[in-house]
Design a protein around this ligand. Sequence first.
Ligand code: ITT
Length: 192
Amino acid sequence: MEKLLFFSQNCGKISEVQKLFKGLSINLISLKDLDIKNQPNETGKSFPENARIKSMFGYKHFNIPCFADDSGICVEALDWKPGVLSKNYLESFETNVDCLKNIINQVKQTGKKKALFKTSICLTLKENYHIVFEGKIEGEISSNIIGGGGFGYDPIFIPKGHNETFAEMSTYRKNLLSHRSIAISKLINFFS
Ligand code: ITT
């Protein structure tokens, strides 16, 4: 395989995934290296469906093996939402901080602290040939917004067994634990 495309516009995801592929004999490229104007509509009702829509779109557009990541946070205090709508939920607030504060308030009101991150990675090797790899990590919502690293919901998510948010950890440390790194390890194992 000459090149493998990670079809994502999200710089946070790209940086984590590039680090996980470092040192491997796979030539990983991302949308940072390519030009694309149109984007697929993420109309799926689940993480695997949306990951497949994106990887299929990337494969068809560039005609190279391609994978995509669909992920999100599920919060007990929000009836385990926003899930697959995590991006829309974040964007429905004026700022990310407003969204994160709102979640913290819901947790304080309900006393329900649990949360989890989920990722589905879909690999498209040929037309109509897709493989899905999953990753999940449990944890809880922090009582404040903490940390300057990561992206999205990282400043309010403390993985189980730890006492720092993902945003307080380096990418290296987040990659030892995260939902995304679990799914990507399965993808890398598939290639090896
Ligand atoms: P793509 O181009 O890869 O689709 P995206 O940002 O649109 O990038 P998603 O549709 O999968 O990605 O949206 C998932 C949202 O969930 C994302 O925008 C983040 O806000 C959040 N999210 C996903 N993984 C996360 C992580 O590891 N840490 C924090 N937030 C995360």
